[in-house]
Design a binder for this molecule. Structure first.
Ligand SMILES: [Zn+2]
Length: 135
């Protein structure tokens, strides 16, 4: 789970709800996730370009290309992993965002947040029913 002080773009759920509300938090998670998807795409293109540059290159250039391939592959894998995590996490939370009592979506406040387990107890703003959201 990302640390709030380290990662300003993707705040933990409880802090995100307190600062901007659930809907905005969810929107930001999705935007951030798709930015990582774009980075995956761009680094994959750069990876293919690095392979293409092997043709007719000198030994020094080939060594440099190997470095580019490693860097591009590392960025592509990291951003793909991050993209999938952000999307899956946002979806898992969104699936629990309906009030079990009145089915209102995404309108709740944080009652309590357990930093150890990541569970967040929330309270519906419409009917005041409270339930737990699991990470
Ligand atoms: Zn409710």
């Amino acid at each position: 789970m990302p640390d709030a002080n380290r990662n300003l773009l993707n705040r933990p759920l409880a802090e995100g709800i307190r600062r901007v509300g659930f809907r905005k938090w969810y929107e930001r998670e999705l935007l951030s996730g798709h930015a990582h998807m774009l980075l995956t795409l761009l680094s994959t293109i750069a990876l293919m370009a690095s392979f293409e540059a092997f043709n007719g290159a000198s030994t020094g250039e080939k060594l440099l290309n190997v470095l580019f391939v490693i860097v591009c592959a590392a960025i592509a894998l990291w951003s793909l992993r991050r993209y999938l995590y952000l999307l899956m996490h946002a979806e898992a939370i969104a699936n629990q965002a309906n009030c079990p009592q009145c089915t209102e979506y995404g309108r709740f406040t944080v009652v309590q947040d357990d930093k150890r387990t990541g569970e967040t107890e929330v309270c519906c703003r419409k009917c005041s029913h409270s339930w737990r959201i699991f990470p």
